[in-house]
Structure formats: C-alpha cells, structure tokens
Design a protein around this ligand. Structure first.
Ligand code: BG6
Length: 486
C-alpha cells in the first residue's frame, strides 16, 4: 500500500502553555487559573488549592468546583507544574530547531492569556507578552513552519475566575475578545491558522472555566458565553485577517455501543449528542433541536442577549479540529458525566498504562463521522501515546510510540485517500516531553524528544532525541511515503 499523503498536507506537533512554557512570574505575566493546579498521580487527582473568605485554605479536584468566594491560593508546600513546566519560555529557539529538524511544517501552540493581559481587565496588552509570542512566530517562520495558535487552552486569568466567576460572566467574553484583538493585530499578518478554544466540549470547573460551581446549569450558561465569544472572534478574525482560517478543537474519542442491544445503541446515540451539542452550535451556527429538549427536561435556563443567536448563525467556524487519543464504549448502565463524558473501556482493545484504549481505526471512524456531519475541513491537532519511557545511554528506545503513530497515520491516510475525508493536517501531541494535563505527571511522556525532568520538577530540563526522532523525520519529510515500507 502506498501511504503517501495528499500534496500540501500539514505535519507537525502541538503543545499548551501551562504544560510546556513555564516562566510563570516573568515578563509581567499574571496568574492563570491553571497556576493553582498541583501535580497528581495514577491514584491522586490533581488539586486546585484555594483560600476561603475566612482565611483558611483547602483544595479540590481540579475539574470540580470550589466554594463560592474562594480564590486561587499558592501553597508554599505544594508543587505547581505550570510554574516552570519544561521551560519553553527560555528554550524556544532550541525546541523549534528540533521541530524543524524533524521536518515539521506546522507547529501548534497556545497563548498564555495572562502574559498578554495579566488580570484580563487591562486596557492595553502587555508588550513583553506580545513580544514573546511574536518572537516564537518569527522563529517558526524562519524555519518554514506555519504557526497554528490556540487562543485559549483550558484556562482563564485567575483574576477573572476569582472576581467574576470566569465564563459565568459576560465580562469574560469582553476580556477574551480583547485578547483575540491584540493577537490578531500583532500576529495577523504572520499567522493564518487559529483555534479559538481547546477541547471545548470537556472544559470544567475553576481551573479550566474559572467557575466555582460545576452544576450543569452554571456549566451550560458559561458554555453559551464561550460560544458567543468564539463567534465574535471569528467575525473579528475575518475582518482583520482576510484569508485566515479559524477553528476550535473538540475532544473526539470514538464512541461505540458496548453491544448491539437496542438499549446500548440508544445509550450511544444519547451520549454522542452531548458531545455534538458543542460542535453543532459552532459548526452549524445554531443550537441543535435536542439542546432545547435537554434544557427543558432538566429545567435549565440559558440567558441570551438579543444578538447572540444571530452571531452564532453568522459566524460558524471555518474548520473543525480534534484531539484523538482513544475510543470509548457505552452501555445502558454506563455512568455518563453531565457534560457527556463516558470513559468505559473496550474488551477488544489493549490500553496504555493510564487505561486509555489503543484504537487506530477509531481515528478513521471519527474523521468520517465528523466529515459526514459538517462537511468542512478537519485537522487532527492532538494525537499521541502517553507512555513510561526508559532513559538509557541518553536516549529512549520507544518502538511502542513508533508503532502507535504508524498505525494512526495509516488510519488517517485511509480516511483521506480511501474515504474522501478532507483532513488537511496533523499536529502530534506532544513532540517534546511536557507535563501531563490530567495527572500533572512528567512520567507520562509523549515526545520524540526526552526532557530530563521528574514528576516533582527536578532535573536539568535538557533535551535528548529518542529513537522515534529519526523515524518521524522520515515520515514527515516523505509526506508519509516512508510508511509504505512498514
Ligand atoms: C488533551 C489536552 O486533553 O489531551 C492536552 O488538550 C493534554 O492539554 C492531552 O495534555 C493529553 O492528556 P494528558 O492528560 O495525557 O496530558
């Protein structure tokens, strides 16, 4: 089989500021909600530490809510991985050179909101923050790479979380649009591809949404504000940067019924709708009919302003982007979170040490599902294998990563070439080891490049090439053709 991809296919990697960048108290950067998230492990969830109005301190799961009036708090006895992460802030030139060596023609990164607006409410952007990202963009362009910018990756300025309950408030819409405008003004001539949000369908709680409550009523109202903010950002982007492409990223596990029992099929359909809820609004420009049924059945009231629905209709996204790591099963007795998440495994599939089922064909399945539904270009902006690497003789023999990626590339190729899906690019998560989002661990590694750092942030943070480094270089520089030999 010839696995060469269509000419012009974009190949690269993806990272997020809170897991990669560090420099949390440099360049005039303000505190972000993610700066209060501690490390975790297989057994201990990540925690947000906070202070109550009476001065006492406490903590809760980072995706959960915290008491009203509580504010983010840095405990000197805790370790907060976002503060230094793996130090892209100081090492971006070295990292971008490594990406160029691997043959990337695109690199996806996210903006730390509080580097540009330290509280979210300033009238003028912070020059040092804009300059940092402009330097990153210039470095990418000098190596022939397209920047793909995620405007907001799972965070809000802590000030907006503490004083306005984050996305519960329309103040956060205004603050987000100020951020988008500052970025478009400064980088618009150099950056064509933009994502308004990351994994918008699974955002939750204080760390990611800035909301103190995770009650579904609060969540769905806050999400309405996110949808509206994204639509205004699309409008502004089209006006300020003609020819640009704006998308949003959705966490897109393939979802299978556990059996063909009609009850399991119904469970699959109902659960899937809770995910499509988010992408339907932004791709089709209106809430799907089942959204209103869901609000009614649960007694939710979504407050809208007069122009909101017209804005959603007028400014849908130009393309859809997804993360794909795993598939999931569902049956009539599955526990489904209020936002539609189900994490059941699959008896036919092996899983990673973190229990994520390995399912390359699921990528072909989801690409078809989404292209059938929206018929707009798709980009896979996250996919990769989190594994425990053994660092020996300054390298890692990571054949498991090579096998994982090879299988997923072939499935993506088949979706494009055999099924006709218009998938235009792929950015692998994460080309250089960084901190895990779900656990805060360092030992859950994804990269082609090993970073000398442990779960508590100890280490030189020096970079070392793994075996997969040369392999990916061959795949990317032959536009996939080298996969034909495997
Ligand atoms: C996605 C996020 O959920 O998956 C990333 O957009 C995250 O931020 C990635 O890192 C992988 O998850 P984890 O928990 O293994 O880091």
């Amino acid at each position: 089989m010839n696995y060469e991809f269509p000419k012009g296919f974009l190949w690269g990697g993806a990272t997020a500021d809170s897991q990669y960048e560090g420099g949390f108290n440099e360049g005039g950067r303000g505190l972000a909600s993610t700066d209060f998230v501690t490390d975790g492990s297989h057994t201990r969830a990540r925690q947000v530490t906070y202070k109550l109005p009476d001065g006492t301190t406490s903590s809760c799961d980072f995706k959960k809510g915290m008491p009203e009036g509580a504010i983010g708090y840095l405990d000197p006895n805790e370790y907060y991985p976002s503060h230094q992460a793996v130090d892209f802030y100081h090492r971006y030139k070295e990292d971008i050179a490594l990406m160029a060596e691997m043959g990337f023609n695109i690199y996806r990164f996210s903006i730390c909101w509080t580097r540009i607006f330290p509280t979210g409410l300033e009238d003028e952007p912070n020059e040092a923050g804009l300059k940092f990202y402009e330097d990153v963009v210039d470095e990418l362009l000098s190596h022939g790479m397209e920047p793909l910018i995620t405007i907001c990756h799972d965070q809000v300025p802590a000030y907006l979380a503490d004083h306005y309950d984050g996305w519960s408030s329309r103040v956060t819409i205004e603050a987000y649009l100020k951020l988008a405008k500052a970025l478009f003004e400064r980088l618009g001539k150099k950056v064509k591809y933009w994502l308004t949000f990351n994994e918008l369908n699974v955002l939750r709680g204080y760390a990611q949404m800035g909301t103190h409550s995770i009650e579904p009523q609060v969540h769905y109202q806050a999400m309405h504000h996110v949808f509206v903010a994204s639509a205004y950002a699309v409008k502004m982007a089209h006006e300020m940067m003609p020819g640009c492409m704006v998308g949003t990223m959705y966490a897109s596990s393939a979802l299978y019924p556990l059996t063909c029992k009609p009850e399991d099929m119904m469970a699959q359909m109902r659960t899937r709708r809770l995910t499509h809820y988010y992408s339907d609004v932004m791709m089709n420009g209106c809430y799907p009919y089942f959204a209103r049924m869901m609000w009614k059945d649960n007694g939710f009231t979504i407050q809208m302003e007069d122009d909101d629905e017209a804005m959603l209709a007028a400014y849908p996204l130009d393309f859809i982007s997804i993360s794909y790591y795993r598939s999931t099963t569902v049956n009539k007795d599955s526990i489904i979170s209020p936002i539609g998440l189900c994490m059941d495994t699959n008896p036919y599939l092996k899983a990673t040490p973190w229990g994520w089922p390995l399912d390359p064909l699921g990528l072909r399945y989801i690409l078809n599902e989404l292209y059938d539904r929206y018929n707009k270009p798709i980009m896979v902006v996250e996919n990769g294998l989190g594994e425990i690497d053994e660092f020996v003789n300054n390298t890692v023999e990571d054949d498991y990563r090579i096998n994982y990626l090879s299988d997923h590339f072939k499935a993506m190729h088949d979706a494009i070439v055999l099924d006709g899906v218009n998938c235009i690019g792929y950015t692998m998560w994460a080309p250089i080891d960084l901190v895990s989002m779900s656990t805060g661990e360092m030992k859950k590694r994804y990269g082609f490049v090993y970073v000398d750092m442990d779960d508590k942030g100890n280490g030189t943070r020096n970079r070392y090439k793994k075996k997969s480094f040369e392999w990916i270089k061959k795949v990317y520089t032959t536009n996939g053709a080298s996969l034909s030999e495997e």
